[in-house]
Design a protein around this ligand. Structure first.
Ligand code: G16
Length: 536
């Protein structure tokens, strides 16, 4: 029976949850940020309900499954977030971000009217495939927000499938497979099967199958811990030796990829000198590597997203040249303003590819990367992946359709989760490439390029919206005069560059400074941070 929107809306009082009312006063505006809505968990139930409704609406418009991930990823445990995943497993189309921001910004008494307007404009039809697929990370608030989202989907009369605890990339995978079964086997086990098979097949093609060396894996006390264990259980024994750290405890607290990247320090517990270490973030979509040269010190040598991008791109370019198909494909390497200058120079001068720069946010990088046959994209914070075009896929399979081709390029592309940055898939890819090159983590750190000294500082602010930047985020256009002060400091200290931009996930302004000398980079970063603090 088709119910009118008024009936659906009135029925909502029967839904047993307390997520319907907008607790924010009119002065508080929240918007669909870098990766969905993120706030303190206690204010989010009404957001989850409205976003659940919008996800359902989108699924009805497209007649496909839509994903809803409840996570605040690298943010502290007390935060949470809601983000929509499009049918192909990618980030929500930008025009719908505006609908999302509008829906969560209006008071309760305007909600029905706006829902009616949206439904009229979007012209809903009979949508048999429509459904919302939802998963949560390990935050205690997750289940409650999932219930609110379910109530939202019910407002649009759409089925709601709750998959429970998953990493963010696993939810993206689940959505893609639901809409495109050829992408891979279904379910969480299907995910392990797909990337586990690719890992094993690539491993078989390694020129040198030396015994594994220890990897210490910092799981950020998040969902990556149980999921990485399942993944490694699905791999043949004796191919990896992993020491799991930070499996249970306060999420992202003094551990995880964001902590290691920003502080350039070992997470608790301290890593052992010389051991290869990796950190996931709270929902396992980011990955950084590091190692310690001195167990007495917390400082580590960091191998961030830029180093992973360069490793992947180097391998792909070499393989394409060896397979004599390099000239038949386009390759793009996408970075953001946070990319270390030395990585961009290496990509340009050694790999022969001009890096492309886009604003922060996987959604921007992914979009750009899709323009190439091979689009490698990584943010310095460890969030990234590679997109492969159909042309690439048919070229490397040599027209063979009956059985998978026996080449490393094919299995590497199967291992990568091409719909979104995926720490677990990226980790297996890094591990294989280190084996392929016969490199230790120190070799990887030293044989490509050395980072230009840099610092990143988070400055807490009360109102991020007053800080506005140019499109590429390298210059502040508001408040007036601040950029002149930053330029002056860069010149005065003889540094390379510095910029400040408002975060789209936290109530902070991020300051980045780079110089040829570490002391200068630190001094510049601190001074720019002071300018932001004083303004605030
Ligand atoms: C999210 C986005 C990333 C972005 C990061 C930080 O990551 O998916 O693309 O780099 O936020 O964004 P901002 O600088 O705007 O705070 P995650 O891992 O938190 O989902």
């Amino acid at each position: 029976m088709t119910m009118s929107i008024d009936e659906r809306f009135n029925r909502r009082s029967n839904i047993d949850h307390n997520g319907q009312s907008n607790p924010l006063d009119d002065t508080v505006k929240i918007s669909y940020g870098t990766a969905g809505f993120r706030e303190k968990a206690e204010v989010l139930p009404f957001v989850a309900l409205r976003v659940g409704y919008l996800a359902a609406l989108r699924s009805r418009v497209l007649n496909k499954a839509i994903g809803l991930m409840i996570t605040a990823s690298h943010n502290p445990q007390c935060d949470n977030g809601v983000k929509i995943v499009d049918p192909n497993g990618e980030m929500l189309a930008s025009e719908w971000e505006n609908h999302a921001t509008m829906l969560v910004s209006i008071p309760d008494d305007e909600l029905l009217r706006e829902m009616k307007k949206l439904e009229e404009t979007l012209q809903l039809g009979d949508a048999k495939e429509a459904r919302v697929i939802c998963a949560v990370d390990t935050r205690p608030s997750g289940q409650h927000l999932a219930d609110a989202a379910k109530a939202g989907a019910a407002l649009c009369n759409v089925d709601f499938e709750f998959l429970g605890l998953l990493t963010t990339p696993q939810l993206h995978y689940a959505v893609r497979v639901q809409n495109d079964p050829a992408f891979g086997p279904p379910g969480e086990d299907g995910y392990y099967t797909k990337i586990g098979t690719a890992f094993r097949q690539f491993y078989e093609l390694l020129p040198n199958k030396s015994s594994p060396t220890l990897l210490m894996l910092d799981c950020a006390n998040g969902v990556g811990a149980p999921k990485a264990r399942k993944l490694f259980d699905a791999l043949p024994k004796n191919l990896m030796e992993v020491d799991f750290k930070n499996e249970v405890g306060e999420l992202n607290h003094e551990c995880g990829a964001d902590f290691v990247k920003i502080c350039k320090q070992s997470p608790v517990p301290t890593c052992i000198e010389g051991v290869r270490c990796a950190s996931l973030d709270g929902d396992a979509d980011r990955l950084v590597y590091f190692y310690s040269k001195n167990s007495e010190s917390k400082n580590v040598i960091l191998l961030d997203g830029d180093k992973i991008a360069v490793l992947f791109a180097k391998f792909l370019i070499e393989e394409l040249k060896e397979a004599k198909v390099f000239d038949q494909l386009t390759i793009g390497i996408v970075q953001t303003a946070y990319a270390n200058g030395a990585s961009s120079a290496y990509i340009k001068n050694q790999l022969g590819v001009d890096p492309i720069f886009v604003p922060t946010g996987v959604k921007h990088l992914h979009h750009e990367a899709m323009k190439y046959d091979i689009g490698v994209y990584f943010e310095a914070n460890g969030h990234g992946t590679i997109c492969f075009s159909d042309h690439f896929k048919s070229l490397i399979s040599g027209g063979e359709t009956s059985s998978p081709p026996k080449n490393r390029l094919y299995w590497f592309s199967q291992l990568i989760n091409e719909v979104v940055g995926d720490a677990l898939a990226d980790l297996l890819a890094v591990e294989l490439l280190l084996k392929y090159y016969g490199w230790t983590v120190e070799d990887w750190a030293n044989k490509l390029y050395h980072d230009a000294p840099n610092i990143q500082i988070k400055v807490p602010v009360t109102d991020r919206s007053i800080f506005q930047t140019t499109w590429d985020e390298t210059r502040l256009i508001a408040p007036l005069g601040l950029q002149d002060k930053i330029d002056h400091l860069v010149n005065e200290l003889g540094a390379i560059r510095a910029f400040a931009r408002p975060s789209g996930t936290e109530k902070t302004v991020r300051v980045y400074a780079e110089a040829e000398d570490a002391e200068v980079a630190n001094k510049l970063g601190e001074k720019v941070a002071e300018i932001i603090r004083n303004f605030n």
